[in-house]
Design a protein around this ligand. Structure first.
Ligand SMILES: Nc1nc2c(c(=O)[nH]1)N[C@H]1C(S)=C(S)[C@@H](COP(=O)(O)OP(=O)(O)OC[C@H]3O[C@@H](n4cnc5c(N)ncnc54)[C@H](O)[C@@H]3O)O[C@H]1N2
Ligand code: MOO
Length: 428
């Protein structure tokens, strides 16, 4: 544990003067989003930890094994109808006017076992799902018979394999069913159940910790006081994680103080696979975070990206764990989280479905003047197109998330008007 006390102001000054030395100015150069993403995903390792879970607990988790059917489904020939199993060749010429008579030699319902040798002009009364005895190659539905019990009249000709479910009709033995890396949905769970597989190996879910930095931050249960702030972005992030079946290992608030931060991280780092921090990243007097991480020996992957909101975002590695440091402003933090967290976790889990994708969509409503810097705007996309409402798009404003279902990528130097095509990234 690093117990050396370094004040936030000392560290901020130290970082600034170091950057000044390196770059001749107080600012680090921002890199492009795509470059930052490449740097980030290159440095994230795939999670190889697995656990065995019972089927229902594995719903929504990422499969960590190749599943091949060891048995066929069904594994015995079944009747597709309530009726009579018989040999199709014996039905030639059958009609209502000229029924053919069959001797009924047995009765089978689903779950019954029967062993007999099929003979010419014999039939077995069989119910849907019942086993079709060997030698019979079709089932005549009972509506096309006289429902006879010892003798039955058959009124129709049958094709071979009519109303007959073959062995392996659903799943052939040896068929590859699920690849490692697949997120298990209800269909996968059902197919595994039909194969009688009670448990499945899945990758462990990355354990995530959240630290909100700021002397002003107050727990929700406490009075806000004159200048307090509730850590809303930590809750938004935790809720996003929960919605994807991930758990938050801890959610802590930390004062703007490098030694408290260092102590907290060192205490908690072994509990988690990934740490998210918010705030203290810009150039203010208490923006201690970059300096504190440097002092702790964390390796910087990138810092500062050419976009708004969320310019001062940073990623680093500490004791082999990824630390994603998001801007303090809540909407900026959410944009940082959306753009960087999911690609990192996708790489970690091998689950590509977590990565956001851009969709080209026409603007239905809203004008945006030329952006001096690449911006992400909150918007609502539906069948009509993208609606960019004339509300507050500031980094500090979280409440627009009550209405938006996506962000749109407004490129530097471009304006947006109805009819334009924009790139949309859905929140979920
Ligand atoms: N002179 C300059 N000032 C600022 C610059 C700049 O380039 N020069 N950059 C601005 C930009 S852009 C951003 S974004 C912000 C980000 O600053 P920080 O990451 O250092 O964030 P803080 O100052 O700690 O907090 C900002 C704001 O957000 C509130 N906050 C913090 N954590 C939470 C949380 N978990 N939930 C809700 N709200 C939170 C905090 O109280 C502050 O009000 O800097 C600009 N300044
Ligand atoms: O980088 Mo910021 O634009 O205020 O969020």
């Amino acid at each position: 544990m690093n117990s050396k006390h370094v004040s936030a102001d000392d560290l901020a000054t130290k970082v600034l003067s170091k950057d000044k030395r390196e770059k001749g100015c107080a600012r680090l150069a921002a890199i492009e989003l795509e470059e930052a993403l490449e740097l980030l995903t290159k440095r994230v390792n795939k999670n190889t930890k697995t656990e065995k879970l019972d089927l229902l607990s594995a719903l929504g988790r990422v499969c960590a094994e190749e599943v091949t059917a060891r048995v066929p489904v069904p594994h015995f020939p079944k009747s597709g109808m309530d009726g009579y199993a018989l040999r199709s060749c014996d039905t030639k010429g059958a009609s209502r006017d000229h029924p053919i008579h069959f001797r009924v030699v047995g009765e089978i319902c689903a779950g019954d076992e029967i062993y007999l040798t099929a003979e010419a002009f014999t039939a077995v009364r069989v119910m849907t799902g019942g086993m079709v005895p060997k030698g019979y190659d079709c089932v005549i539905r009972q509506e096309d018979t006289d429902y006879g019990q010892e003798q039955v009249e058959i009124y129709v000709e049958a094709e071979p394999w009519q109303n007959y479910c073959h062995i392996g009709e659903d799943i052939e033995a040896g068929r590859h069913i699920i690849s490692s890396g697949t997120r298990l949905n209800a269909g996968h769970i059902g197919v595994l159940a039909s194969l009688g597989i009670p448990e499945i190996t899945v990758f462990t879910v990355p354990k995530v910790g959240i630290i909100s930095t700021g002397n002003e931050l107050r727990p929700l249960a406490c009075p806000i006081g004159k200048v307090g702030v509730y850590p809303s972005s930590a809750y938004t992030i935790a809720a996003k994680l929960k919605s994807k079946g991930m758990d938050v290992s801890f959610m802590e608030v930390c004062a703007d103080d490098a030694s408290s931060f260092s102590e907290l991280v060192n205490t908690k780092i072994n509990e988690i696979d990934l740490l998210i921090t918010t705030g203290a990243l810009s150039v203010g007097k208490r923006d201690f975070l970059a300096g504190a991480l440097e002092e702790m020996g964390a390796e910087r992957i990138f810092q500062k990206v050419n976009m708004r909101p969320g310019t001062p975002v940073m990623a680093s590695l500490f004791q082999g764990k990824l630390i994603l440091s998001l801007s303090g402003y809540p909407f900026a933090a959410m944009v940082n989280f959306q753009l960087f967290f999911w690609p990192a976790v996708a790489k970690m889990t091998g689950d590509d479905s977590l990565v956001w994708r851009k969709t080209g969509k026409t603007v239905a409503q809203g004008n945006m003047k030329e952006a001096k810097k690449r911006r992400f705007l909150q918007a609502f996309a539906d069948d009509e197109g993208v609606h960019i409402y004339d509300r507050n798009q500031q980094s500090s404003v979280l409440s627009e998330m009550l209405y938006s279902n996506c962000i749109i990528d407004q490129k530097q130097g471009t304006a947006i008007s109805p009819g334009d095509t924009v790139e949309v990234i859905y929140w979920d």
